[in-house]
Design a protein around this ligand. Structure first.
Ligand code: RNT
Ligand code: ZN
Length: 416
Protein backbone atom coordinates (compact mmCIF):
# COMPACT_ATOMS: atom_id res chain seq x y z
CA UNK A 1 0.00 0.00 0.00
CA UNK A 2 1.48 3.35 -1.01
CA UNK A 3 1.26 6.63 0.87
CA UNK A 4 -1.08 8.03 -1.82
CA UNK A 5 -3.58 5.26 -1.17
CA UNK A 6 -3.24 5.61 2.59
CA UNK A 7 -3.77 9.35 2.28
CA UNK A 8 -7.01 8.74 0.37
CA UNK A 9 -8.28 6.28 2.94
CA UNK A 10 -7.66 8.76 5.74
CA UNK A 11 -9.18 11.56 3.66
CA UNK A 12 -12.39 9.51 3.57
CA UNK A 13 -12.42 9.82 7.37
CA UNK A 14 -11.89 13.57 7.11
CA UNK A 15 -8.18 13.41 7.96
CA UNK A 16 -5.47 15.20 6.01
CA UNK A 17 -2.33 13.15 6.62
CA UNK A 18 -0.03 15.80 5.10
CA UNK A 19 -1.27 18.30 7.67
CA UNK A 20 -0.75 15.75 10.46
CA UNK A 21 2.84 15.14 9.33
CA UNK A 22 3.60 18.85 9.06
CA UNK A 23 2.09 19.45 12.51
CA UNK A 24 4.06 16.76 14.27
CA UNK A 25 7.34 18.12 12.92
CA UNK A 26 6.89 21.26 15.00
CA UNK A 27 6.22 19.59 18.36
CA UNK A 28 9.20 19.51 20.72
CA UNK A 29 9.80 16.25 22.59
CA UNK A 30 12.55 16.08 25.18
CA UNK A 31 15.07 13.29 24.73
CA UNK A 32 16.48 12.29 28.12
CA UNK A 33 20.27 12.07 28.20
CA UNK A 34 20.22 9.42 30.94
CA UNK A 35 19.31 6.38 28.82
CA UNK A 36 22.88 6.47 27.49
CA UNK A 37 24.72 5.85 30.74
CA UNK A 38 22.21 4.24 33.11
CA UNK A 39 21.50 7.53 34.94
CA UNK A 40 25.04 7.79 36.33
CA UNK A 41 26.16 11.24 35.23
CA UNK A 42 29.70 12.58 35.52
CA UNK A 43 29.92 14.19 38.94
CA UNK A 44 30.02 11.22 41.30
CA UNK A 45 31.69 7.81 41.48
CA UNK A 46 30.55 6.02 38.31
CA UNK A 47 30.62 2.69 40.13
CA UNK A 48 28.47 3.75 43.06
CA UNK A 49 24.95 2.35 42.98
CA UNK A 50 21.99 4.59 42.14
CA UNK A 51 20.04 5.77 45.14
CA UNK A 52 16.76 7.60 45.58
CA UNK A 53 14.35 4.83 44.73
CA UNK A 54 15.31 4.49 41.08
CA UNK A 55 17.13 1.54 39.62
CA UNK A 56 18.63 0.50 36.32
CA UNK A 57 18.98 -3.20 35.74
CA UNK A 58 21.21 -4.99 33.27
CA UNK A 59 24.85 -4.69 32.28
CA UNK A 60 24.75 -4.66 28.51
CA UNK A 61 28.16 -3.49 27.26
CA UNK A 62 28.74 -0.06 25.75
CA UNK A 63 27.52 2.41 28.37
CA UNK A 64 28.73 5.98 27.74
CA UNK A 65 31.44 6.80 30.28
CA UNK A 66 32.15 10.46 29.61
CA UNK A 67 30.64 13.52 27.90
CA UNK A 68 32.26 12.76 24.54
CA UNK A 69 30.83 9.25 24.42
CA UNK A 70 27.41 10.36 25.60
CA UNK A 71 27.29 13.16 23.02
CA UNK A 72 28.32 10.79 20.24
CA UNK A 73 25.59 8.37 21.31
CA UNK A 74 22.96 11.11 21.47
CA UNK A 75 23.98 12.18 17.96
CA UNK A 76 23.35 8.67 16.74
CA UNK A 77 19.87 8.64 18.28
CA UNK A 78 19.03 12.09 16.88
CA UNK A 79 19.82 10.86 13.38
CA UNK A 80 17.55 7.84 13.75
CA UNK A 81 14.53 9.62 15.20
CA UNK A 82 12.04 11.82 13.37
CA UNK A 83 10.56 14.99 14.80
CA UNK A 84 11.65 18.06 16.72
CA UNK A 85 13.80 17.29 19.73
CA UNK A 86 14.92 19.00 22.88
CA UNK A 87 17.67 17.58 25.02
CA UNK A 88 16.87 16.77 28.65
CA UNK A 89 19.81 17.03 31.04
CA UNK A 90 20.32 16.27 34.70
CA UNK A 91 22.58 18.42 36.87
CA UNK A 92 24.78 15.36 37.41
CA UNK A 93 25.84 15.69 33.76
CA UNK A 94 27.86 18.84 34.49
CA UNK A 95 31.06 18.95 32.48
CA UNK A 96 34.14 20.07 34.39
CA UNK A 97 37.47 21.26 33.08
CA UNK A 98 40.50 19.08 33.69
CA UNK A 99 41.15 19.01 37.46
CA UNK A 100 38.01 21.00 38.25
CA UNK A 101 35.01 19.73 40.23
CA UNK A 102 32.08 21.44 41.91
CA UNK A 103 29.60 19.90 44.29
CA UNK A 104 25.93 20.14 43.39
CA UNK A 105 25.24 23.17 45.57
CA UNK A 106 27.99 25.04 43.70
CA UNK A 107 27.14 24.19 40.12
CA UNK A 108 27.28 27.09 37.70
CA UNK A 109 26.10 27.79 34.18
CA UNK A 110 29.66 27.41 32.92
CA UNK A 111 29.54 23.71 33.79
CA UNK A 112 26.91 23.34 31.09
CA UNK A 113 28.59 25.46 28.42
CA UNK A 114 29.64 22.42 26.42
CA UNK A 115 26.06 21.20 26.42
CA UNK A 116 24.92 24.61 25.21
CA UNK A 117 27.42 24.38 22.35
CA UNK A 118 26.14 20.87 21.62
CA UNK A 119 22.51 22.04 21.53
CA UNK A 120 23.27 25.17 19.50
CA UNK A 121 25.10 23.20 16.84
CA UNK A 122 22.06 20.97 16.47
CA UNK A 123 19.33 23.55 16.87
CA UNK A 124 18.03 21.91 20.05
CA UNK A 125 16.31 23.41 23.05
CA UNK A 126 17.15 21.94 26.44
CA UNK A 127 15.27 20.92 29.58
CA UNK A 128 16.96 20.53 32.95
CA UNK A 129 16.70 18.60 36.21
CA UNK A 130 18.31 19.12 39.59
CA UNK A 131 19.73 15.76 40.69
CA UNK A 132 18.50 14.96 44.20
CA UNK A 133 19.75 11.36 44.21
CA UNK A 134 22.88 9.20 43.93
CA UNK A 135 24.99 11.54 46.05
CA UNK A 136 26.66 11.29 49.49
CA UNK A 137 24.59 14.23 50.77
CA UNK A 138 21.37 12.18 50.54
CA UNK A 139 20.98 11.30 54.22
CA UNK A 140 18.96 9.50 52.65
CA UNK A 141 16.43 12.36 52.56
CA UNK A 142 17.16 15.57 50.68
CA UNK A 143 14.71 18.49 50.60
CA UNK A 144 12.61 16.94 53.37
CA UNK A 145 15.49 15.99 55.65
CA UNK A 146 15.19 16.97 59.32
CA UNK A 147 18.89 17.85 59.15
CA UNK A 148 19.21 21.53 58.39
CA UNK A 149 22.61 21.25 56.75
CA UNK A 150 21.39 18.53 54.38
CA UNK A 151 18.31 20.52 53.51
CA UNK A 152 20.32 23.66 52.87
CA UNK A 153 22.72 21.80 50.59
CA UNK A 154 19.85 20.54 48.46
CA UNK A 155 18.00 23.87 48.47
CA UNK A 156 21.21 25.51 47.25
CA UNK A 157 21.39 22.83 44.58
CA UNK A 158 17.84 23.64 43.48
CA UNK A 159 18.64 27.35 43.33
CA UNK A 160 21.81 26.70 41.32
CA UNK A 161 19.67 24.71 38.90
CA UNK A 162 17.25 27.61 38.46
CA UNK A 163 20.21 29.80 37.47
CA UNK A 164 21.48 27.12 35.09
CA UNK A 165 17.99 26.71 33.57
CA UNK A 166 17.81 30.46 33.10
CA UNK A 167 21.18 30.34 31.33
CA UNK A 168 20.03 27.50 29.07
CA UNK A 169 16.84 29.39 28.20
CA UNK A 170 18.79 32.57 27.40
CA UNK A 171 21.41 30.83 25.32
CA UNK A 172 19.09 28.55 23.39
CA UNK A 173 16.16 30.92 23.05
CA UNK A 174 13.61 28.31 24.12
CA UNK A 175 11.81 27.78 27.45
CA UNK A 176 13.44 25.30 29.82
CA UNK A 177 11.34 22.86 31.82
CA UNK A 178 13.11 22.31 35.15
CA UNK A 179 11.80 19.29 36.96
CA UNK A 180 12.03 18.80 40.71
CA UNK A 181 11.87 15.17 41.73
CA UNK A 182 13.27 13.64 44.87
CA UNK A 183 13.14 10.05 46.03
CA UNK A 184 12.54 11.17 49.61
CA UNK A 185 10.51 8.63 51.53
CA UNK A 186 10.56 5.69 53.94
CA UNK A 187 10.83 1.96 53.61
CA UNK A 188 8.47 1.33 56.47
CA UNK A 189 5.52 2.95 58.22
CA UNK A 190 6.60 6.46 59.25
CA UNK A 191 5.98 7.90 62.70
CA UNK A 192 5.59 11.34 61.19
CA UNK A 193 4.09 11.81 57.76
CA UNK A 194 3.46 15.51 58.08
CA UNK A 195 6.91 16.79 59.12
CA UNK A 196 8.76 15.72 55.95
CA UNK A 197 6.00 17.15 53.77
CA UNK A 198 6.02 20.47 55.60
CA UNK A 199 9.80 20.66 55.18
CA UNK A 200 9.59 19.62 51.52
CA UNK A 201 7.01 22.34 50.86
CA UNK A 202 9.16 25.00 52.50
CA UNK A 203 12.27 23.80 50.69
CA UNK A 204 10.58 24.05 47.28
CA UNK A 205 9.32 27.52 48.27
CA UNK A 206 12.92 28.51 48.97
CA UNK A 207 14.20 27.09 45.69
CA UNK A 208 11.50 28.93 43.77
CA UNK A 209 12.36 32.17 45.59
CA UNK A 210 15.43 32.31 43.34
CA UNK A 211 14.44 34.87 40.68
CA UNK A 212 13.45 33.58 37.22
CA UNK A 213 11.17 34.54 34.38
CA UNK A 214 8.31 32.03 34.39
CA UNK A 215 7.83 32.43 30.66
CA UNK A 216 11.35 31.04 30.17
CA UNK A 217 12.01 28.75 33.11
CA UNK A 218 9.25 26.29 33.95
CA UNK A 219 9.87 24.58 37.27
CA UNK A 220 7.81 21.40 37.73
CA UNK A 221 7.06 19.18 40.67
CA UNK A 222 6.99 15.45 39.87
CA UNK A 223 5.10 13.12 42.17
CA UNK A 224 5.61 9.42 42.82
CA UNK A 225 3.66 6.69 44.54
CA UNK A 226 6.66 4.71 45.82
CA UNK A 227 10.21 3.69 44.97
CA UNK A 228 12.57 0.82 45.71
CA UNK A 229 13.57 1.18 49.35
CA UNK A 230 10.83 3.74 49.98
CA UNK A 231 7.83 1.46 49.66
CA UNK A 232 5.74 2.70 52.56
CA UNK A 233 5.76 6.45 52.06
CA UNK A 234 6.98 9.03 49.57
CA UNK A 235 7.09 12.66 50.62
CA UNK A 236 6.26 13.98 47.14
CA UNK A 237 3.08 11.99 46.69
CA UNK A 238 0.53 12.77 43.97
CA UNK A 239 -1.63 14.87 46.27
CA UNK A 240 1.39 16.74 47.59
CA UNK A 241 2.82 17.61 44.16
CA UNK A 242 -0.52 18.49 42.62
CA UNK A 243 -1.53 20.66 45.55
CA UNK A 244 1.84 22.38 45.53
CA UNK A 245 1.50 23.20 41.84
CA UNK A 246 -2.12 24.32 42.30
CA UNK A 247 -1.14 26.70 45.09
CA UNK A 248 1.79 28.08 43.11
CA UNK A 249 0.32 28.35 39.65
CA UNK A 250 2.28 31.46 38.75
CA UNK A 251 5.63 29.83 39.38
CA UNK A 252 5.50 26.11 38.71
CA UNK A 253 3.60 23.36 36.90
CA UNK A 254 2.71 19.77 37.79
CA UNK A 255 4.59 16.90 36.14
CA UNK A 256 3.09 13.44 35.75
CA UNK A 257 5.28 10.41 35.07
CA UNK A 258 3.09 7.51 33.96
CA UNK A 259 5.23 5.09 35.96
CA UNK A 260 4.41 6.84 39.21
CA UNK A 261 0.85 5.77 39.92
CA UNK A 262 -0.97 2.70 41.10
CA UNK A 263 -0.94 0.16 38.26
CA UNK A 264 -4.61 0.58 37.36
CA UNK A 265 -4.45 4.38 37.21
CA UNK A 266 -3.83 5.91 33.80
CA UNK A 267 -2.16 9.23 33.07
CA UNK A 268 -4.14 9.58 29.82
CA UNK A 269 -7.25 10.21 31.91
CA UNK A 270 -5.42 12.62 34.23
CA UNK A 271 -4.29 14.89 31.36
CA UNK A 272 -7.69 16.53 30.72
CA UNK A 273 -8.40 16.56 34.45
CA UNK A 274 -5.31 18.68 35.08
CA UNK A 275 -5.78 20.80 31.98
CA UNK A 276 -9.18 21.81 33.31
CA UNK A 277 -7.26 23.73 35.98
CA UNK A 278 -3.66 24.28 34.87
CA UNK A 279 -2.66 26.34 31.81
CA UNK A 280 0.38 24.08 31.40
CA UNK A 281 1.39 20.61 32.55
CA UNK A 282 4.44 18.41 31.96
CA UNK A 283 4.77 14.69 31.28
CA UNK A 284 7.39 11.99 31.62
CA UNK A 285 6.40 9.28 29.21
CA UNK A 286 7.70 5.89 30.29
CA UNK A 287 6.50 2.29 30.66
CA UNK A 288 5.90 0.77 34.05
CA UNK A 289 5.78 -2.99 34.41
CA UNK A 290 4.22 -3.67 37.82
CA UNK A 291 6.17 -0.74 39.27
CA UNK A 292 8.14 2.30 38.10
CA UNK A 293 10.41 0.05 36.10
CA UNK A 294 11.14 2.63 33.39
CA UNK A 295 10.97 0.13 30.54
CA UNK A 296 11.34 1.38 26.97
CA UNK A 297 8.22 3.15 25.70
CA UNK A 298 6.12 1.01 23.36
CA UNK A 299 3.55 1.87 20.71
CA UNK A 300 0.93 0.45 23.05
CA UNK A 301 -2.63 1.34 23.98
CA UNK A 302 -1.80 3.66 26.86
CA UNK A 303 0.96 5.52 25.02
CA UNK A 304 -1.51 6.07 22.15
CA UNK A 305 -4.18 7.18 24.61
CA UNK A 306 -1.77 9.63 26.26
CA UNK A 307 -0.92 11.00 22.81
CA UNK A 308 -4.59 11.23 21.94
CA UNK A 309 -5.35 13.27 25.05
CA UNK A 310 -2.39 15.57 24.38
CA UNK A 311 -3.71 16.24 20.87
CA UNK A 312 -7.41 16.49 21.82
CA UNK A 313 -6.79 18.83 24.72
CA UNK A 314 -4.70 21.30 22.74
CA UNK A 315 -1.51 20.03 24.32
CA UNK A 316 0.51 20.42 21.15
CA UNK A 317 -0.01 24.16 21.32
CA UNK A 318 2.41 24.28 24.24
CA UNK A 319 0.12 23.35 27.10
CA UNK A 320 1.69 19.92 27.53
CA UNK A 321 5.49 19.69 27.85
CA UNK A 322 6.44 16.26 26.59
CA UNK A 323 9.52 14.39 27.80
CA UNK A 324 10.67 10.79 27.86
CA UNK A 325 11.96 9.00 30.95
CA UNK A 326 13.12 5.41 30.65
CA UNK A 327 16.39 3.60 31.08
CA UNK A 328 17.10 0.03 30.12
CA UNK A 329 20.63 -1.27 30.70
CA UNK A 330 19.88 -4.81 29.54
CA UNK A 331 19.80 -4.16 25.79
CA UNK A 332 21.68 -1.97 23.33
CA UNK A 333 21.12 1.49 24.81
CA UNK A 334 21.06 3.32 21.47
CA UNK A 335 18.37 0.96 20.20
CA UNK A 336 16.42 1.33 23.45
CA UNK A 337 16.57 5.11 23.22
CA UNK A 338 15.65 5.12 19.53
CA UNK A 339 12.76 2.70 19.61
CA UNK A 340 11.20 4.49 22.60
CA UNK A 341 11.50 7.92 21.00
CA UNK A 342 10.16 6.62 17.69
CA UNK A 343 7.26 4.96 19.50
CA UNK A 344 6.22 8.20 21.14
CA UNK A 345 6.43 9.92 17.76
CA UNK A 346 4.33 7.13 16.30
CA UNK A 347 1.74 7.53 19.02
CA UNK A 348 1.56 11.29 18.43
CA UNK A 349 1.19 10.77 14.68
CA UNK A 350 -1.47 8.13 15.34
CA UNK A 351 -3.33 10.65 17.51
CA UNK A 352 -3.05 13.31 14.80
CA UNK A 353 -4.65 11.00 12.23
CA UNK A 354 -7.40 9.87 14.61
CA UNK A 355 -10.69 11.57 13.73
CA UNK A 356 -12.26 13.74 16.39
CA UNK A 357 -15.38 11.74 17.21
CA UNK A 358 -16.69 14.19 19.77
CA UNK A 359 -19.95 14.53 17.85
CA UNK A 360 -20.61 10.80 18.11
CA UNK A 361 -20.13 10.99 21.86
CA UNK A 362 -22.22 14.13 22.31
CA UNK A 363 -25.08 12.70 20.29
CA UNK A 364 -24.96 9.47 22.27
CA UNK A 365 -23.94 7.40 19.21
CA UNK A 366 -21.85 4.98 21.20
CA UNK A 367 -22.35 2.06 18.82
CA UNK A 368 -20.94 4.11 15.96
CA UNK A 369 -18.10 5.34 18.15
CA UNK A 370 -17.05 1.85 19.18
CA UNK A 371 -17.11 0.57 15.61
CA UNK A 372 -15.23 3.60 14.28
CA UNK A 373 -12.56 3.30 16.98
CA UNK A 374 -12.06 -0.38 16.27
CA UNK A 375 -11.94 0.00 12.49
CA UNK A 376 -9.30 2.70 12.77
CA UNK A 377 -6.89 0.07 14.07
CA UNK A 378 -6.50 -1.58 10.66
CA UNK A 379 -6.06 1.62 8.66
CA UNK A 380 -2.77 1.79 6.68
CA UNK A 381 -1.05 3.82 9.38
CA UNK A 382 2.36 2.30 8.59
CA UNK A 383 2.41 4.13 5.25
CA UNK A 384 1.74 7.45 6.93
CA UNK A 385 4.51 6.71 9.43
CA UNK A 386 6.92 5.85 6.61
CA UNK A 387 6.03 9.10 4.85
CA UNK A 388 6.70 11.00 8.09
CA UNK A 389 10.11 9.34 8.52
CA UNK A 390 10.95 10.08 4.87
CA UNK A 391 10.02 13.70 5.18
CA UNK A 392 12.17 14.01 8.33
CA UNK A 393 15.08 12.39 6.51
CA UNK A 394 15.38 9.49 8.97
CA UNK A 395 15.22 5.75 8.32
CA UNK A 396 11.91 3.92 8.17
CA UNK A 397 11.11 0.99 10.47
CA UNK A 398 13.23 -1.97 9.47
CA UNK A 399 16.02 0.27 8.23
CA UNK A 400 17.74 1.64 11.32
CA UNK A 401 18.73 -1.27 13.54
CA UNK A 402 21.58 -2.30 11.26
CA UNK A 403 23.00 1.18 11.66
CA UNK A 404 22.92 0.73 15.46
CA UNK A 405 24.53 -2.70 15.17
CA UNK A 406 27.34 -1.30 13.09
CA UNK A 407 27.87 1.44 15.69
CA UNK A 408 27.91 -1.24 18.36
CA UNK A 409 30.55 -3.22 16.49
CA UNK A 410 32.67 -0.17 15.63
CA UNK A 411 32.29 1.94 18.79
CA UNK A 412 30.25 0.57 21.71
CA UNK A 413 31.89 -2.85 21.90
CA UNK A 414 35.29 -1.17 22.30
CA UNK A 415 34.27 0.59 25.50
CA UNK A 416 35.60 -1.10 28.62
C1 RNT B 1 12.22 8.83 39.06
C2 RNT B 1 11.66 9.95 38.26
C3 RNT B 1 12.66 10.91 37.68
C4 RNT B 1 13.89 10.21 37.14
C5 RNT B 1 14.75 11.07 36.26
C6 RNT B 1 16.12 10.50 36.07
O1 RNT B 1 11.29 7.91 39.44
O2 RNT B 1 10.83 9.44 37.25
O3 RNT B 1 12.05 11.69 36.73
O4 RNT B 1 13.59 9.06 36.44
O5 RNT B 1 14.78 12.36 36.72
ZN1 ZN C 1 10.15 10.73 35.75
Amino acid sequence: MSYTEAKQKYAALGIDTDTAIARLKTVPVALHCWQGDDVRGFDTDPNAPLTGGIQTTGNYPGRARNPEELMADIDRVLKLCPGRKKLNLHASYAIFEEGEWADRDRLEPKHFRKWVDFCKARGLGCDFNPTFFSHPKCDPLTLSSPNEETRKFWIDHGKACIRISDYLAEELGQPVVMNIWTGDGFKDIPADRMGPRARYKEAIDEILSEPYDFSKVKPCVESKVFGIGVEAYTVGSAEFALSYAAMNKNKCIPLMDNGHYHPTEVVSDKIPALLAFFPEIALHVTRPIRWDSDHVVLFDDETREIAKEIVRCGGLEGRVKIALDYFDASINRIAAWTVGFRNLQKALLWALVTPDWKKLQDSGSFTDLLVAQEELKTMPFGDVWDAYCDSCGVPRDGQWLDNVKKYEADVLSKRG
